[in-house]
Each structure stands twice: as C-alpha cells, then as structure tokens.
Design a binder for this molecule. Structure first.
Ligand code: SF4
Ligand code: SF4
Length: 337
C-alpha cells in the first residue's frame, strides 16, 4: 500500500479521466436529503459530503432483478450473459465496502455464484471517508475502517485528499493522471492523524455486541420479539436497503407471444410472509414474531457461524428507513436488558 495526495480542486480532472476509460458510478443528491449511486455525467453533480445512499452499491453486482436462464424450442436452454462494462464506483464509505466483502463471502460459499461474480469481477472501488451521524453504528460493528476490497481510498483533509493506493488497479487509476498525485507532506500526515482521532470521538451511537449471539440464542423466546412484531409493518424496507442482505427468490415465467421461458432471480425479504412458504403449503415462519426475530438471528448468528463475523456493517440504513421507527440498537438494548 502507498499513500499519495491529490488537491481537492483537481478531483474533477481525475474523475473525468476515470470516466473516459471506464463506466464511472458516483453518489448524487436526489431530493432534499437523499442520495443515490448514478452514472457520472458532470462533476458538479457529484455529492462529496453525503453520508449514505438509499440503496447500497450492491445493486451494481447483485441487481434487484436479473434473468439467469432462457429456454425456447429453437435455442434450448441458454444461460443469459450480459456484456458488462468495467465499472468504477466512486465514493463508497467503509461500511459499504465491508458490505461488499460480506457479499463476496456469501456468494462464494459452497461454490462461486457465476452470475454475481461475472459482475463483481468487473468492478473497482474508490472509497471515500465520512463523518458519522446519529444513525451510524459502524464503530460498534468494527467496520469504521476498511483495509481491503477498495482499490483507492480518499481521506478528506482541508485542501487535499490523502489517497491510499491498495491494489495494482488502484495504481493504474492514479497513472491515468499521474501529474495530479504527490507524496504527502509531513503537515498532511499530521492532519490525517488528527482527523482520524477527531472522527473517532464523533460517534454517539453505540451498540454493545459483546456476547450478542449468546444473548439472542438465550432470549429466543423473549417477549421483545412479540412486542416489536406488533409495530413492524413487514414492508421489507430494512432488508431492501441493507448492504449485506442477500436473499433472493428464483421463479420461472413464460412469454407466450415469443415462446420463450425465463428463469428470474430477484431480491427477497425474510420479513415477507411467503418467504418461508414451501411446497405443500407449510410455512416455517408463519407468525409475525418469528419473522421479526429471524432477521436478527441471521444477521448476528447464522452468518457469523459460517464466516466468523456478523453481517451488520452498522450503516444505519435500516433504522433511518423504517416507517415504524424500529431501531436495531434499541431492539438489541431491550434484548440485552
Ligand atoms: S422497515 Fe421497519 S416496518 Fe418495515 S419490515 Fe423492517 S422493521 Fe418492519
Ligand atoms: S442491518 Fe441495518 S445497520 Fe446493519 S448493515 Fe443492514 S441496514 Fe445497515
């Protein structure tokens, strides 16, 4: 890994150069205070101070709906492949980069998911530092810093970005405009250290995750699940916005006019009633409390048993999005009590 700096005033030149070579995705403001990742058109539209986008960057390599296979009498069974341009996603915060890491593990478990990896392998990441708001709990989840996944990471300082170059591809990106990058000065290094310390002291939201898997197991029958299940609308928003939720449904559909059948994969939500419905009509999670509880158990225990870490990255999207005002930190605090 090497560190360089680039003047803030010259970021536009760099992003223009990247967009000349690759499809470039950037955060943009949408509405009053919401942000989305979109294809780069103009530097003036790039949001540099944003905190979280509505939907995390996972949709670029795990799309909400995709066709996996097609079948027709003439062509037989065909795997649907897309010509995916090499893409660079700029402005990804540490929690979302951790989210990518978690999805990479999930879609490699028991064999590589070729549909996921055909996109994921054609994506590079330029991370961007951020300051926490009242929803961020990445510090509690130990995801407030990232040491892998990204190619370049930009730390915001007063006049420059301190740039961490982690991969050979990241190095290639800086070479698109090598005149823009310089070695950091002593003053910039001191400022970087000061800012890291300042950021660390800005986290106000803490979730105690000590022995959380044990507590959730012991409190499997807690009345807390019942209580929250009465206010939960089961809309599935918390699942849709989560950078690590990865459940999908697979179904077949036929276009009778063209005589082609398609196998489709689309995001699914464990909060939905028919999620655990199986052939024969049995539903493994028919009642509301068990569906509410399942999301917590899967996030904090199920994945951790397989991969050694929980899947929450502390991005805060689920708490900010929930129309019923359900806050994961509060749920966990109630269970702990
Ligand atoms: S967003 Fe809130 S109301 Fe909707 S399913 Fe999730 S917890 Fe329930
Ligand atoms: S569970 Fe909530 S806070 Fe955790 S990663 Fe998912 S959306 Fe973010």
């Amino acid at each position: 890994m090497i560190f360089l700096t680039i003047e803030k005033a010259r970021l536009r030149e760099f992003l223009d150069a990247v967009s000349n070579e690759f499809r470039l995705i950037v955060p943009e403001k949408k509405g009053k205070s919401t942000y989305i990742f979109k294809e780069y058109t103009d530097f003036s539209r790039v949001a540099l101070e944003f905190l979280r986008t509505i939907i995390p960057p996972k949709r670029f390599f795990f799309p909400p709906c995709e066709t996996l296979l097609s079948y027709s009498e003439r062509e037989g069974l065909t795997a649907v492949t897309e010509d995916i341009p090499f893409t660079v996603i700029f402005g990804v915060h540490p929690c979302d980069l951790h989210g990518v890491n978690i999805l990479d593990r999930a879609f490699s478990y028991g064999g590589r998911d070729s549909f996921y990896w055909s996109r994921r392998e054609r994506i590079g990441f330029i991370g961007l530092s951020c300051l926490p708001d009242r929803y961020c709990l990445c510090k509690s989840m130990h995801t407030d810093f990232i040491e892998d996944v990204y190619d370049l990471f930009l730390y915001t300082l007063d006049n420059v970005y301190m740039v961490s170059v982690r991969t050979a591809f990241g190095d290639d990106l800086t070479r698109l405009k090598s005149a823009l990058f310089k070695s950091p000065t002593k003053k910039e290094i001191l400022e970087y250290k000061r800012r890291i310390k300042e950021r660390d002291s800005m986290f106000t939201r803490i979730m105690d995750i000590t022995n959380l898997a044990d507590l959730l197991t012991l409190e499997y029958k807690s009345e807390v699940w019942e209580e929250y299940s009465r206010s939960c609308l089961y809309c599935g928003s918390c699942v849709m916005v989560c950078p690590t939720c990865q459940c999908f449904d697979v179904y077949d559909t036929t276009d009778l006019t063209e005589g082609i059948s398609y196998r489709i994969r689309r995001w699914d939500a464990c909060m939905r009633k028919d999620y655990a419905l199986v052939a024969g009509g049995h539903n493994f999670r028919e009642d509301r409390p068990s569906r509410f509880r399942f999301r917590y158990l899967h996030k904090e225990i199920g994945f951790a048993e397989m991969h050694g870490r929980p899947t929450c990255t502390g991005c805060g999207r689920c708490s900010e999005t929930c129309p019923a005002g359900i806050d994961m930190v509060e749920v966990v605090r109630r269970i702990r009590e």
